[in-house]
Design a binder for this molecule. Structure first.
Ligand code: SF4
Length: 565
């Protein structure tokens, strides 16, 4: 058994205890929890009752790191639990009305309602949810069928071993805790654990830090497009009661301001219970501007009169950010390998045209569970058996849905015009459009030199236009301060000697949590990393123009504490 060289803050040469399980799931999101529940049922149906299933989650509590819009298409949860409503799956509201607001200038807008709402924004039959409430509920459902769920355990490294001349995934090593900022053991040092499994399922969420290495190491993206990401910024607001009632169950999407034609993105406002609103803004990370600042765009959007009117008299309750895998079908990696599967956001199960992924994430978990149950039944968890997962996907409605919009996001690379021209053809040709398969770049390759930047910062205030640090306070983010920074700058000389000149150190702009500051002045010149602010969105790992930043997992339990996000 070997631990390969990879980015991890675990100490080398430490003796570690080993825990053996049959199936190990990394990340307690919707995809993995659905997978664990369905797997238990599938095994029981085959008369197999002696298999152990363990879910590890880096957050201190299940749901603390979960963030989504979210309007949920109930198709996935209905397959997991046909009686999901009766079982008490928490929902904020059924969707009662839809609208789209075109913000055609800095202060002009036009609202489209009823039949004028484009089909992909019509949400009749869908439900508004808080995904961190939903995953907390899914955790209870999983535990009720015998799945073990351990929060506070961060998976730091993948265990690989050779079997019959083939490298297989044998489990993970969890993160050591009690290492000080200089990399030395503290009195509280607790070594991580080897957790070995017959099958490991990576459902780490978007840009999974272990899946990223696995995809590269095993070439799971060979022949696929690189994944395209957006960064989503979200707040929960409380608004005056007289307006809250009319918003309950409302779904508003906006397009336009503050984006110009060279950026792909948009926003949402969803009406929740108790006079609260979920609001957010997603911007594609293929935006060419080196000063792209998703949080600043979000603030500028809130300052548009049409949005400011909605928020007037309200106050912010919560804040968060995450990246979203937008690329769709062509960007999905191979879903399986020797003793492992990839599910959910980690595998790119998201339909960017409808802004929905929860139903696809759950479906991916269900399909993986069926393949894993079959593999365990035959006592063979090799790639040839787990290939069944990809076959099941190919025969599923999830594949049909994703294939039907396969060129959607790619057609917007380089600006809105390409997509606006091609999407009508895509709708007429079952997703094909003008070419069968559109290519795309890695997001960071699309950044233009800083002297071409046109983006500006908004004016902040303490009413609705909070700066990043004020917003981070509302995310509940904390990390143990005396530990090594979990944002690794591979070569700081690139920051100083090239990035300053070429791109103006974009990390100080694109991070939505003010983690990166640029320090000028003699020998002290360079990036300052306030890692304790990090909300684990992964934007820096994706958007750095030299791929010079590596996000690695901090001690378990650190990070945001999202409530109702
Ligand atoms: Fe996101 Fe990176 Fe900033 Fe953390 S440091 S909040 S992962 S951009």
């Amino acid at each position: 058994m070997s631990v390969p060289e990879q980015y991890s803050l675990n100490l080398p040469g430490i003796e570690r205890e080993t825990l053996d399980v049959d199936v190990l799931l990394i990340g307690a999101g919707a995809a993995n929890l659905a997978c664990a529940i369905h797997l238990q049922r599938q095994l029981a149906a085959r008369g197999i009752t002696d298999k152990s299933i363990l879910v590890l989650e880096k957050a201190g509590e299940i749901g603390d790191h979960t963030l989504s819009g979210a309007v949920m298409n109930p198709r996935g949860i209905s397959e997991l639990f046909p009686d999901w409503r009766e079982r008490g799956c928490p929902i904020e509201s059924d969707v009662r009305w839809d609208a789209v607001e075109i913000l055609y200038s800095k202060d002009g807008s036009k609202r489209l309602k009823g039949p004028l709402v484009p089909p992909q924004f019509q949400n009749h039959g869908n439900v508004i949810v808080s995904m961190n409430q939903v995953v907390r509920w899914l955790k209870e459902q999983a535990e009720a069928v015998g799945v073990q769920v351990y929060p506070g355990f961060a998976a730091a490294e993948i265990l690989f071993e050779q079997k019959d001349g083939v490298e297989r995934v044998a489990g993970v090593v969890t993160r050591d805790s009690g290492i000080d900022k200089h990399g030395q053991q503290k009195h509280s040092f607790q070594p991580g654990m080897n957790v070995r499994a017959a099958v490991t399922v990576f459902g780490e969420g978007t840009r999974g830090h272990l899946a990223k290495h696995l995809i590269r190491r095993h070439g799971l993206d060979a022949g696929r497009n690189p994944q395209m990401y957006g960064t989503g910024i979200k707040e929960i607001w409380e608004i005056p009661a007289e307006r809250g009632a009319e918003w309950l169950g409302g779904v508003l999407h906006t397009a336009g301001h503050p984006l110009s034609l060279n950026g792909y993105g948009g926003s949402w406002i969803y009406g929740l219970k108790d006079n609260r609103l979920s609001l957010g803004f997603v911007i594609g990370l293929d935006h060419p501007d080196a000063k792209l600042d998703p949080h600043a765009l979000f603030v500028q959007w809130k300052q548009h009169p049409a949005i400011a009117r909605i928020l007037e008299g309200g106050k912010v309750l919560a804040y968060g950010a995450k990246t979203v895998p937008e690329g769709g079908y062509w960007c999905m990696p191979r879903l399986y390998g020797e003793s492992y599967c990839l599910v959910g956001d980690t595998a790119g199960f998201l339909n960017a045209s409808t802004l929905k992924g929860v139903h696809l994430a759950i479906k991916s978990g269900l399909l993986a569970a069926e393949a894993i149950a079959e593999a365990l039944h035959f006592g063979d968890t090799g790639a040839a058996r787990l290939k069944r997962y990809e076959e099941l996907f190919s025969a599923s409605w999830a594949k049909d849905e994703l294939y039907g919009v396969r060129n959607f996001r790619q057609s917007f690379e380089g600006g809105l015009l390409g997509g606006m021209l091609d999407v009508p053809f895509q709708q007429l040709t079952g997703g094909r459009g003008l070419v069968e398969r559109r290519k795309n770049h890695k997001d960071h390759e699309t950044m233009h030199p800083v002297h071409l930047s046109r983006l500006e910062k908004p004016a902040f205030d303490d009413k609705g236009s909070m700066d990043k640090l004020t917003d981070v306070y509302h995310s509940g983010t904390t990390h143990e301060e005396d530990q090594p920074a979990h944002l690794l700058v591979k070569d700081p000389s690139i920051c100083i000697e090239r990035c300053t000149r070429e791109f103006g150190n974009p990390c100080q702009h694109f991070c939505p949590a003010a983690v990166y500051e640029w320090r000028e002045g003699g020998t002290a010149k360079g990036p300052v990393i306030n890692f304790s602010n990090c909300v684990h969105c992964k934007t820096c790992d994706i958007a750095d123009p030299y791929e010079n930043i590596e996000w690695v997992v901090p001690e378990g339990g650190g990070g945001p504490k999202y409530v109702n996000l």
